[in-house]
Design a protein around this ligand. Structure first.
Ligand code: SF4
Length: 148
């Protein structure tokens, strides 16, 4: 990777009023899904929502982010921790990667402790596919508590 890696973030429209605090903090601290940037500095070039189910903005904003240089698009942790999690996560990732040749990472900030507890109670993430999806944002217990 180069010294800087341009990234875009797409959030779940259910959290469209979110001011982005957890995403921006974890981006700065390289925590959660941003921990992959060990030898490069991520630079944010786009931030928007999917525009509501079933994600009509994915096509448009993906194109704009890539035009603006995005090399990686992060689907925000809200898509994973929402009740229920976004049913289109895999479709968004496959579409963006195939259509624009951009890398897509599922997740941004670490999963907050309270969400992990609730989804554990609900059994949301029990199957191997979900275990793989949440893996980049699991972090450790202290960090999850810190993002509660
Ligand atoms: S659940 Fe998925 S499609 Fe629906 S608003 Fe959230 S990110 Fe968009």
């Amino acid at each position: 990777m180069s010294l800087k890696t341009k990234i875009g973030i797409i959030i779940c429209d259910r959290y469209r009023r979110c001011a982005g605090g957890k995403c921006f903090r974890s981006l700065k601290n390289k925590e959660g899904a941003f921990s992959i940037y060990t030898d490069t500095e991520p630079e944010l070039v786009g931030y928007t929502s999917c525009d509501g189910c079933p994600g009509g903005n994915i096509e448009y904003c993906g194109e704009e982010m890539v035009k603006n240089g995005a090399e990686v698009i992060h689907l925000a942790t809200g898509l994973v921790v929402g009740y229920p999690p976004c049913p289109y996560i895999k479709d968004f990732k496959a579409f963006l990667e195939k259509r624009f040749g951009v890398k897509v990472v599922i997740g941004t900030h670490p999963i907050p402790k309270k969400y992990l507890e609730m989804h554990t109670n609900l059994g949301t993430w029990q199957n191997p596919e979900w275990k793989q999806i949440i893996e980049p944002t699991m972090a450790d217990e202290a960090i999850r508590e810190n993002y509660n």
